[in-house]
Write a protein that binds this ligand. Structure first.
Ligand SMILES: Cc1cc2nc3c(=O)[nH]c(=O)nc-3n(C[C@H](O)[C@H](O)[C@H](O)COP(=O)(O)OP(=O)(O)OC[C@H]3O[C@@H](n4cnc5c(N)ncnc54)[C@H](O)[C@@H]3O)c2cc1C
Length: 426
């Protein structure tokens, strides 16, 4: 069959990689480069090149087993580094951080903030175990917890606001399970290891390049934004802004829902699908790589690998790479900062999924429509949390239907038990 995959992020790339030996596959990406939410930037530190991911960056072999397997299959397993997870939470104008988690070298500041965090972690494990509905809001789950309003705002809502780039108020309406799934699963990981976090040396763009290099049978076209789709006579016709036309028997839309909606809005009988796609909200988010510790506490012994600053209405985080790479390099969310870093090297803009109840309902509708009339959906929005694992799993689900005997599908799925899969439809 002729299959066109629209979107060259991790979901589209993995879909093409799984299908290309069984079908005539074309991958169309709007931007000049493949990768989507994966964007790595480099800088020099004492003459040594240091790469940092401005978009997707963290993964976990335990929580993201398919993604880990993909990295392995691409020959990059030796390039994976452990990320020591330490956390600082600070509020501007407060002389001392609210929370600094201890590690081997410091005792930290825990106090009531630490207790609130520990309480949330225990509750999150319970919500995960009990299978609480993904449609219940974070506020619905958090409000009954015996924590002061002030600490709820700074220690429970603010990290979720930073995670999804929304206001602290809007963090209340995020799906409570989406907000806490990673916390719960890291605290009670599936059998087989502790749920530490990892990064790829040189950045995740290396994974994108490795998959692209392996796509020997796929026609790849970057700078090819699909602006129109038509169907008729059991065949799809896709047109780019530049006037190129592609014919396909099956189309995989590996693009975020707002982009899907633009393409299929005019189709007859697609009202339910259109309503579901329109329900997904995305928020703008900007990150930057910088060389000055712009947003970190004055005392370096209070710096963590993850540092959250809680402003009046928003919260933004900074990753410090010192303990990981030895380089004094920082990656910050810049979306709501009152000022930019002095030594800013690179920035990137993203649209980030806001995972509320409408998104949870929307993905069920998308699951119902999978494959109808030869139209498929892939991407980070299709299952419980917006992650690389979800993107890879969405590709696996399509390949399971369109190329069940694919050798690559077997290689990607064989190492991991079914019950260990994360990021499936909730
Ligand atoms: C700032 C940020 C940080 C993140 N950090 C992490 C992290 O640390 N760990 C993690 O697991 N996940 C993280 N994520 C989640 C991330 O969304 C997923 O990990 C994953 O990279 C998404 O892949 P995707 O293919 O589904 O979507 P995308 O990466 O968004 O890819 C979609 C692609 O479709 C293309 N496209 C759109 N419209 C068209 C069109 N009409 N025609 C052709 N092409 C089109 C886009 O240009 C894009 O390349 C982060 C997300 C953001 C925004």
């Amino acid at each position: 069959m002729r299959i066109v995959v629209v979107g060259g992020g991790l979901a589209g790339l993995t879909t093409a990689w799984l299908l290309e030996h069984d079908h005539e596959t074309t991958l169309l990406e709007a931007q000049a480069e493949l990768g989507g939410h994966v964007r790595s930037a480099t800088t020099l530190h004492h003459g040594v090149e240091c790469a940092v991911d401005l978009g997707a960056q963290d993964f976990s072999a335990v929580l993201f087993p398919r993604h880990a397997r993909l990295i392995q299959l691409m020959g990059l397993a030796a390039e994976v580094v452990e990320v020591p997870t330490t956390v600082t939470i600070q509020v501007p104008d407060m002389p001392v951080p609210l929370l600094v988690t201890p590690d081997g070298t410091r005792s930290g500041i825990l106090g009531a903030g630490g207790e609130a965090r520990a309480l949330l972690t225990r509750a999150a494990v319970d919500w995960d175990t009990e299978g609480v509905s993904w449609e219940r809001s974070y506020a619905d789950l958090v409000e009954p917890l015996p924590v002061t309003d002030g600490l709820k705002r700074t220690v429970l809502y603010a990290p979720v606001a930073a995670l999804y780039g929304c206001s602290i108020d809007d963090a209340r309406q995020v799906s409570g399970r989406a907000a806490t799934a990673v916390l719960a699963r890291s605290a009670a990981p599936a059998a087989g290891g502790s749920a530490g976090w990892q990064n790829l040396v040189g950045g995740l763009a290396r994974l994108v390049r490795a998959i692209a290099v392996d796509l020997l049978a796929t026609t790849i076209r970057t700078g090819s934004e699909i602006t129109r789709m038509e169907s008729g006579d059991r065949r799809w016709t896709l047109s780019t802004a530049g006037g190129q036309v592609y014919q396909a028997d099956q189309v995989v839309l590996a693009v975020p829902p707002p982009r899907c909606l633009r393409l299929i809005r005019q189709f007859p009988h697609a009202d339910r699908l259109n309503r579901a796609l329109a329900g997904f909200r995305y928020l703008p988010s900007t990150t930057g790589l910088h060389l000055d510790p712009a947003y970190l506490p004055a005392r370096a012994d209070q710096w963590s690998t993850s540092n959250l600053t809680v402003y009046r209405e928003h919260a933004d985080s900074t990753a410090w790479y010192g303990p990981i790479t030895g380089a004094q390099v920082f990656r910050s969310q810049l979306t709501h900062r009152p000022r930019l870093p002095e030594r800013l090297v690179a920035t990137a803009d993203f649209e980030q999924l806001y995972p509320d109840a409408a998104a949870v309902r929307g993905r069920r509708v998308l699951a119902d429509h999978q494959g109808r009339d030869g139209l498929w959906f892939a991407g980070h929005h299709l299952a419980d949390i917006d992650s690389q694992e979800t993107a890879v799993n969405s590709a696996i689900d399509i390949a399971t239907r369109l190329a069940p005997d694919s050798h690559r599908l077997r290689m990607l799925t064989e190492e991991v038990g079914h019950d260990q899969r994360q990021g499936r439809q909730a």
